[in-house]
Design a protein around this ligand. Structure first.
Ligand SMILES: *Cc1c(COP(=O)(O)O)cnc(C)c1O
Length: 385
């Protein structure tokens, strides 16, 4: 399934899937805004909702090359990609195994929509492979995972999950948003379908909403059959912006990953911080596994403020780092899960998931770590008095 593309990562980011400007020889891909294409003597019926306009078709090649797969698809949001991927392979009476800690939107999609279709689902107790085994049933079709997971950066073993799924003839899907293709290529470990919210690292500038799927030609073609009926295509103008963003994907994510390691080390040695969750730290319980399956440890981390420092006050006192619901932009952002993403759970339910009041999820940007450290220092000082 590996792509034969032997280009370096930055070359792939810049050049793979360019739309050649044959007419004027411009340096960048021209945008084909047309929603109507000739059918006369043309075998491919191009149409935006068929996900095959020139810009869409070519960008899918970049997505596939980045994820080491044969093919790819792009969508108007991460959820459009995730929902199309799942519903392409599921029908009434089927069963799915879902890792317990997954993105909130995906969780809502499953618990709010699957019952209507008569699709069964089970959530695992943890991200350990052993916890997936007892949930496998006669009608199980898919194992769905997310690693590193949100917000505590748990790591799921890609290789053992892929092996388990193959033994039982199940399809594997992963949400690879947090790692991005720069830090993790699940296809190399045998995972079948790779999903992304391209709103995050792929877009990278907190200004476009998009989704992506990578997989084998066969799987992508099956997802396509369903996706054209749901109509979650990305506009060609945004496809072009996503192509532009992907040219710097490696430069951005490498820098953000390097900064995250520095910030994790700083936070771990800060007496006002109780705990730091980052797969790059030796103190992370799955550090060895992360090292084995990730090319870099990513730019997302979480930390717990010491009792007595209020999470909301701390974030309001930050001057450079922005409190923000989303993540993965060039700018550093924080969110406090107990007050936002997990606010609807009871305190007991939150604690069961390891989410304390003072937990801060930190999406590290490209700013110099010394400036980020100075910002955190002053915000802690202000929040203490
Ligand atoms: C944001 C996000 C999604 C959903 O993506 P949208 O583009 O908002 O639809 C899915 N998974 C993860 C891990 C995310 O962070």
């Amino acid at each position: 399934m590996k792509n034969s593309n032997k280009l370096g990562i930055n070359t792939t980011c810049v050049h793979t899937g360019e739309v050649k400007d044959e007419q004027f020889k411009g340096a960048v891909s021209p945008i084909y805004m047309s929603t109507s294409y000739a059918f006369d003597g043309v075998d491919v019926k191009r149409y935006p909702r068929y996900l095959n306009t020139p810009n869409q078709e070519m960008l899918c090649k970049k997505i596939a090359a980045l994820e080491h797969t044969e093919d790819g698809l792009i969508f108007s949001s991460g959820m459009a990609a995730i929902s199309a991927a799942m519903l392409a392979f599921l029908k009434t009476g089927d069963h799915v195994i879902i890792q317990q800690v997954i993105y909130g939107g995906t969780y809502n999609f499953i618990v709010k929509e699957f019952d209507k279709y008569g699709i069964e689902y089970s959530f695992t107790e943890s991200d350990q492979t052993e916890d997936f085994i007892p949930l496998i049933k006669q009608n199980t079709k898919i194992i769905y995972i997310e690693t590193p997971s949100n917000p505590l950066l748990g790591i799921t073993n890609l290789e053992t999950i892929a092996t388990l799924a193959k033994q039982h003839d199940l399809l594997t899907m992963i949400d690879n948003t947090f790692a991005s293709p720069i830090n993790q290529n699940p296809a190399d470990f045998g995972i079948d379908i790779i999903l992304h919210s391209a709103t995050k690292y792929m877009g990278g500038h907190s200004d476009i909403s998009a989704g992506a799927i990578a997989g084998s030609k066969e799987h992508i073609s099956q997802i396509w059959e369903t996706a054209i009926n749901f109509g979650g295509n990305l506009s060609d103008q945004t496809v072009w912006l996503l192509e532009r963003s992907l040219k710097t994907l490696n430069l951005r994510v490498k820098e953000q990953t390097k900064n995250a390691m520095e910030m994790a080390n700083y936070l771990e040695n800060n007496p006002k911080i109780d705990a730091v969750y980052y797969p790059g730290l030796e103190s992370h319980p799955q550090h060895v596994l992360a090292k084995k399956q990730m090319k870099g440890f990513g730019a997302m981390l979480s930390f717990e403020l010491k009792k007595g420092i209020d999470a909301m006050e701390f974030q309001n006192n930050l001057q450079l780092i922005k409190p923000s619901m989303s993540l993965a932009g060039l700018e550093s952002t924080t969110v406090s899960p107990a007050q936002t993403t997990h606010a609807l759970l009871s305190e007991e339910e939150r604690l069961e998931r390891g989410i304390k009041e003072g937990l801060i999820r930190f999406s590290v940007g490209i700013e110099e770590p010394k400036d980020l450290i100075a910002d955190i220092e002053q915000a802690i000082k202000k929040s203490l008095k």
